[in-house]
Design a protein around this ligand. Structure first.
Ligand code: HAM
Length: 415
């Protein structure tokens, strides 16, 4: 099917009516909430140098190892379609120097990962994300989580589950990894093949491996916080205390580490029961990212909009979002009626009324069918008879009621 000329590539979708109304609603709701937190939009390119992602996300991560769409351009530069938003935002903000200060930005747009497609997992998907730049501070982490939950509630998704954990301070990452390696050493050979590789390259990821054998081994380990310094534990305690202050419910998930290497301190995921296997609506955390000689710290999150839509559809929140429909459809019986309706249609649009009409001279039945397809609230019917008497017929589709009126009264009637 994916080879057919009329189909998009596997794992990628065309998004059109009626579903597009839901996308537009989600985006406009988000755009009305971000300013409440002083967050402004940033649009970075979809295509970047590959090293923007590999250095930021980490060479040993699944994304960089096997999921990026990368290619050499004609100049021999290795480029990648962005698999996530944080790397590009941080690249841009680092170019601002001091001005990046405590920048707060959001982005909404397509991301690309060469994953095996399934429900809720696409190769082109869309993220709505936020990055708040600034030195580590538990208040910022809690604020970022609060913003995200406000957004989810505004989309009608209040029934979400928040899991939080900490990865500790960036400068103790090597020490934490080493302690974990020691704790796991005796069980190394019982781990799955991927985790045996991760043992040396990215040991934290062993903690959230889905393989049953690995998770039962990991269950026997002490929580990650035991390998951390007390100031890191204190940082995390402060974050959860702030969440308590805001009345936000959460679950501390000691195995949650997230799949990108740039994280430090707080990490979190938000899921929704309606989503099943791919239940992660959103992931975020605090990060420290080196760009050239600089280091950018910040906290942020990204939500997968396909999954947000699936959750909204599953819990009924999507039903309340009306598709864009026309207010009026003009039906013309005969050429003179078509001429007059054509002029009226344009006048009504200029008065801000959404309307449409059949541009050919099709049968009444075909034109009424078109009105139905367009979801018009009203139909205006005009034929020779109405023209002679200087009126038009206005029919309300829902009730079937219809009456005659002068053309000049139509706009008032529809407001
Ligand atoms: P991530 O967990 O890789 O984090 O992705 C965030 C969200 O994007 C996921 O929770 C999921 O909803 C959605 N998502 C990821 N992959 C797919 C896919 N193949 N199909 C559909 N949806 C998908 C990040 O991307 C980080 N940049 C988040 C972040 C921002 N952390 C700090 N700032």
């Amino acid at each position: 099917m994916s080879d057919s000329a009329s189909q998009p590539l596997q794992g990628m979708s065309d998004i059109g009516p009626p579903e597009i109304a839901l996308w537009q609603h989600i985006e406009s709701t988000a755009r009305s909430i971000f300013p409440l937190y002083g967050v402004s939009e940033l649009r970075t390119p979809i295509l970047e140098r590959t090293k923007v992602f590999s250095r930021t996300i980490g060479n040993e991560t699944d994304i960089v190892q096997k999921e990026m769409y990368s290619f050499n351009d004609r100049g021999g530069r290795n480029l990648t379609m962005r698999p996530e938003g944080t790397a590009g935002v941080v690249r841009y903000l680092s170019s601002l120097g001091q001005e990046a200060g405590d920048a707060r930005v959001y982005y909404i747009g397509p991301m690309f990962r060469a994953e095996r497609p399934q429900a809720g997992r696409k190769r082109q998907f869309h993220q709505c994300g936020v990055e708040m730049i600034g030195a580590a501070n538990p208040v910022a982490d809690a604020e970022c989580i609060a913003l995200q939950l406000q957004l989810l509630r505004a989309w009608g998704l209040s029934d979400c589950r928040l899991k939080v954990n900490t990865r500790g301070e960036a400068d103790e990452a090597a020490q934490v990894a080493e302690s974990l390696r020691e704790a796991l050493q005796a069980k190394r050979d019982e781990l799955c093949e991927d985790c045996r590789r991760r043992f040396d390259t990215n040991i934290l990821r062993v903690l959230d491996c889905k393989n049953e054998e690995c998770s039962s081994i990991v269950d026997g380990l002490p929580p990650l916080t035991e390998f951390m310094r007390s100031d890191s534990r204190k940082y995390f305690d402060d974050v959860v205390e702030r969440l308590d202050q805001l009345g936000i419910e959460y679950e501390v998930a000691p195995r949650l580490v997230r799949g990108l290497d740039y994280y430090m301190h707080t990490v979190w995921e938000i899921s929704h029961s309606a989503l099943g296997a791919q239940d992660s609506l959103s992931g975020g955390g605090r990060y420290s990212i080196a760009v050239g000689k600089k280091r950018m710290e910040g906290v942020g999150f990204a939500m997968g909009l396909e999954r947000v839509i699936m959750a909204m559809q599953a819990c009924g929140a999507a039903d309340r979002i009306a598709a864009h429909a026309l207010r009026l459809w003009l039906v013309s019986m005969g050429g003179v009626a078509l001429d007059r309706n054509f002029i009226l249609c344009q006048k009504l649009r200029q008065a801000g009324i959404a309307c449409g009409m059949d541009l050919g001279e099709r049968s009444m039945k075909a034109q009424m069918r078109a009105a139905n397809r367009a979801g018009a609230d009203f139909v205006l019917i005009r034929g020779d008879n109405e023209i002679e008497r200087g009126v038009v017929v206005l029919k309300e589709m829902a009730s079937g009621e219809q009456r005659e009126l002068e053309e000049s009264k139509v706009a008032d009637e529809l407001e």
